[in-house]
Design a protein around this ligand. Structure first.
Ligand code: ADP
Ligand code: MG
Length: 346
């Protein structure tokens, strides 16, 4: 497992966990740090109900101990996609002090390209099964880097990724293979094999890489192509298909590996405007079928419609997260306000 950036700083686990979310009111408040020796200085996290833990909580020792001396707190980092009471990661009652991990849990993900400055800094994101997360943010903010890292194309410098309770170890080849089985990514450029039919493009990875029987894989490929609305095009070659159709083949190809999570990186950005709708329809259908997805897109109306939650990235950090309506209509951070006002002007 890769080291979390806070690990290096030492101290107790609780101490690390508490090392964020500066609360000015708490400055100089010695009571908190005496009551909770793990707490360092005036940097405090959140309570289970989503409230930020502040100086005023320090007298409430019962709530504080309950919420902050558990692994639940260990998983709370300031950027994480925290959800409100009904779906917060309450500790597992059968295992006091242990938290229930989200289906996909990204903690403190820090990534740089070739040892240069970090392009992702301490990214935290929790995704439940069947959720659709919209990743938005200015160009260069790190959206693609998150997806590339998850699928194993980049090695994180720090942080952990846990999928379905199992940590993905990006330094081990076996675990990387596992990550590539469980995440599938679709890019803006669909990169189909030009010399193969749609059917063969979809069937090739499961037959060659997974060594599954051809007839079985081809039957699945046909139904996948039908699912993306291309039942009629199984024998067409890419140059006989429109951009939108090719991108739908690429989505079917990604689904052929039966991923747990589908990562879509601006899959409509290279399409002529009249072809965008058919690809969005395909993604809508996947959402209705309960596919867990992380979607990077500039189609804000679409993100608003399909995403259960949205994460706004800027300069490699998750700046703000929330349900689409909150993100688009009531942005809190100045950077998101600026971003939404800019995109809504267009
Ligand atoms: P986004 O998808 O949000 O536009 P990216 O994840 O592609 O952003 O890029 C994040 C940052 O990483 C940018 O500053 C970009 O310049 C840098 N970056 C992306 N790809 C590379 C690369 N191959 N080598 C070095 N830096 C890169
Ligand atoms: Mg990108």
């Amino acid at each position: 497992m890769l080291a979390h950036p806070h690990h290096a700083k030492g101290g107790t686990r609780t101490g690390r966990v508490l090392a964020f979310a500066k609360t000015p009111q708490a400055s100089g408040n010695q009571r908190g740090s005496q009551a909770f020796p793990g707490m360092r200085g005036n940097r405090l996290p959140f309570h289970r109900d989503g409230d930020r833990c502040g100086a005023r909580d320090l007298g409430n020792t019962e709530r504080h101990a309950r919420d902050h001396r558990s692994e639940w707190a260990a998983r709370n980092c300031p950027n994480r996609l925290t959800r409100r009471a009904e779906s917060l990661d309450y500790g597992d009652p059968t295992r006091p002090g242990r938290a229930i991990l989200a289906f996909l849990s990204i903690q403190g993900l820090t990534v740089s390209y070739g040892g240069k400055a970090d392009v992702l800094r301490d990214v935290c994101l929790d995704v439940e099964r069947g959720e659709v997360i919209g990743l938005i943010g200015p160009s260069g903010s790190g959206k693609s880097t998150i997806l590339r890292t998850l699928v194993g194309l980049l090695k994180p410098r720090a942080g952990t990724v846990t999928l379905d309770g199992r940590a993905v170890d990006y330094s081990s080849r076996a675990s990387l293979r596992d990550a590539r089985d469980r995440f599938a990514i679709v890019f803006q450029q669909y990169n189909l094999f030009q010399n193969m039919t749609a059917l063969r493009n979809v069937a090739i990875a499961p037959t060659l890489v997974k060594k599954r029987p051809k007839h079985e894989v081809e039957a699945e490929a046909r139904s996948l192509l039908a699912r993306v609305g291309l039942a009629e095009k199984v024998n067409a070659y890419p140059d006989e298909l429109s951009g939108g159709q090719q991108q739908r083949v690429a989505i079917a190809r990604a689904l052929a590996l039966k991923p747990d999570i589908l990562l879509l990186d601006e899959v409509t950005a290279a399409l002529d405007p009249e072809l965008v709708g058919e690809v969005l329809d395909t993604i809508r259908a996947l959402q209705r079928d309960g596919m867990t997805m992380l979607i990077v897109s500039h189609e804000m109306a679409f993100i608003r419609e399909v995403a259960s939650r949205v994460a706004f990235l800027d300069q490699g950090s998750v700046v703000e997260t929330g349900p689409p309506a909150a993100i688009f209509d009531q942005p809190r951070s100045p950077r998101l306000k600026e971003f939404t006002s800019r995109i809504l002007r267009h």
